[in-house]
Structure formats: structure tokens, C-alpha cells
Design a protein around this ligand. Structure first.
Ligand code: HSE
Length: 308
């Protein structure tokens, strides 16, 4: 029986000012999905590793099966596929964990079925899985996990998704405090309406960040990492947020924000090597409030999900 394995990377969604419309992919971290043909029709998750027993096997709830089901529904077929999921990403971390599982499953299943879809055509199926995972069909994790690099979702209705350039020397530090925050909970604190002056500030920063990426202007990128829509409400869910931001900026980072819906924080930096003081500065703040933190250094992954 034919077997295919795929990898999909972790992602940072929002990138401060781009709530639900901007994200980028990370190197080294992600999820793996193996799909195997079987004779009897239907999808079945047969093993999940690395989730501490928390993820559902139920095909209506597991993001791998929800995504593949959406894809085969579109094709009008009902093949037999067994799915094995290996989680490299912590759940509820803000690193795009549910997205990486769905995207790896889609890339593997698409290959198993003889590639009926181009890579970018898999996006709607991954969005369907996000909707089941967190109640909102946001594409700012699945987009970059699938396609790699920096991704802009210009329009959800038309699914107009644009890959942005990644300046050389841009890299990221992820700070993952030791607790879980579910996206649905972290979305529930947000407001439905925003004041006009906040819309103006936010638009300026999104435009600034995108321009900074195109021009490789690190100072402009740094100035544009500001969010007045989600961060003010979510920062209270992350102890030490403002102190860590002050400390990492003093240590030479371009800026910091909440990775997706948190609690992981992303720090953008310029340079080909990690800036030594940044991780220590953040760890000291978290330690002072009694919170353990894992820190990872990563380049921006421009390849996205792929077959192994
Ligand atoms: N844009 C989404 C949110 C990302 O902020 O809720 C979730 O990872």
C-alpha cells in the first residue's frame, strides 16, 4: 500500500499589525503527517504522537481528517486513507499547531491521490480545518505553513493570497511561556468594533510593515510592529508582556508581538546570527514572575510544507 509523509512548519500569525491577514513560517519546528492507502473507503486517524493524549481521533474533529475530507468532497471521491500524526508543536501555543497538522495532512493526501490540486489550491481545505479547530476560519497560519515565507491574505472572500518578500538577515526568536491558551478563548476577548482612529493607525502599520519587507527596511519594519486591535486585549493574558518587550528592545531586537493568539511571543531581529542578549533578557523577566519559558531561534522558512 502506498504511503506518503509530509512536514508542515510552525507559523507566526498576525505579526502584530496584521490581525488575521499576515503570517510567516518558521524553520525547524512543525508537524509530520503520514497517509497510507487502504482498501475500505473512509478516513481514519490511527495514531497521534506528541500531543499528550489531548487531540481527538474523531474524524469530524481532528484537523487532519477535516482538511482531507474537505479536499475529497471537492473531488467527489471517497478513498480509504489511514492517517498518522506526529506533533512537533505544542498545543495552544500560538505557533500554528492545528494549522501545521491540517496542512501536512493535505500535502501528503494530495500527493497520495496523484496531486489533483496545486499547492495553493489546498488553502480552502486547510481553512475549513481551522474553523473546526478554533471556531474561526482564519488563514494566517495555514497560508504561510503551506506556502512558506511571509504571506498576506488580502481578501478572504476571493482568497487572494500574496507571498511577500523576506529580507535577508531577518530572523525570529520565539518565546514560549509554559502554559496553554486556546485560540477560541483568546479570540473571545476581542472587540467586534474598533474606533476609526485605530483603523487608521492599524492600516498605516500594515502598509509600513509590507513596505518594509519589500524594501528590506529594518527600521520601518521595527516601527510598524504595533497592534492596536488585538494586542491591548490579549496582552493581559500574558504575564510580563510589556516588560519583556522593553527588555528585548533594549537588547537590540526590532520588536515583539504576540505570536498568533499567544501565549508565545515572537521577536523579530536583524542579523545572520542570534543576538545573544535577547533570549537572556526575556528569560530574566519571565523568571522574575515565576514563569518558565522555552526560547527558539529561527530563520524565516521560505519553502513551506513539503513531502519527505
Ligand atoms: N489570527 C488568529 C488570531 C491567529 O489572532 O486569532 C491564531 O493563531
Amino acid at each position: 500500500m502506498k504511503t506518503i509523509k509530509a512536514f508542515a512548519p510552525a507559523t507566526v500569525a498576525n505579526v502584530s499589525c496584521g490581525f488575521d491577514i499576515l503570517g510567516f513560517a518558521l524553520e525547524g519546528m512543525g508537524d509530520w503527517v503520514t497517509v497510507t492507502e487502504r482498501e475500505s473507503p473512509g478516513l481514519e486517524v490511527i495514531s497521534i504522537q506528541g500531543d499528550g493524549g489531548k487531540l481527538p481521533y474523531d474524524s469530524d474533529k481532528n484537523t487532519c481528517t477535516v482538511a482531507i475530507q474537505a479536499m475529497i468532497d471537492e473531488l467527489g471521491i471517497n478513498p480509504g486513507i489511514e492517517i498518522q500524526l506526529e506533533k512537533g508543536l505544542p498545543l495552544g501555543s500560538g505557533m500554528g499547531s492545528s494549522a501545521a497538522s491540517a496542512v501536512a495532512a493535505l500535502v501528503a493526501a494530495n500527493e497520495l491521490l496523484g496531486n489533483p490540486f496545486q499547492k495553493n489550491e489546498l488553502l480552502p481545505f486547510a481553512i475549513a480545518a481551522e474553523k473546526v479547530a478554533c471556531g474561526a476560519g482564519h488563514a494566517d497560519n495555514v497560508g504561510p505553513s503551506l506556502l512558506g515565507g511571509f504571506v498576506l491574505i488580502r481578501d478572504y472572500h476571493l482568497l487572494d493570497v500574496i507571498k511577500l518578500p523576506v529580507p535577508e538577515e531577518l530572523h525570529c526568536v520565539l518565546l514560549h511561556p509554559h502554559y496553554q491558551l486556546n485560540t477560541a478563548d483568546s479570540r473571545s476577548v476581542l472587540r467586534d468594533q474598533i474606533p476609526l482612529r485605530h483603523a487608521t493607525i492599524q492600516s498605516g502599520n500594515v502598509a509600513g510593515l509590507v513596505t518594509g519587507l519589500f524594501q528590506g527596511d529594518f527600521d520601518l519594519i521595527s516601527r510598524s510592529l504595533r497592534d492596536v486591535i488585538a494586542e491591548p486585549y490579549r496582552a493581559v493574558l500574558i504575564p510580563g508582556f510589556y516588560e519583556v518587550r522593553e527588555a528585548i528592545k533594549a537588547a537590540g531586537a526590532l520588536g515583539m508581538g504576540i505570536s498568533g493568539s499567544g501565549p508565545t511571543l515572537f521577536v523579530l531581529c536583524k542579523g545572520s546570527a542570534p543576538i545573544p542578549g535577547i533570549i537572556t533578557a526575556a528569560q530574566e523577566v519571565f523568571e522574575s514572575i515565576g514563569l518558565g519559558v522555552d526560547a527558539y531561534h529561527s530563520a524565516i522558512n521560505t519553502r513551506g510544507a513539503h513531502i519527505l
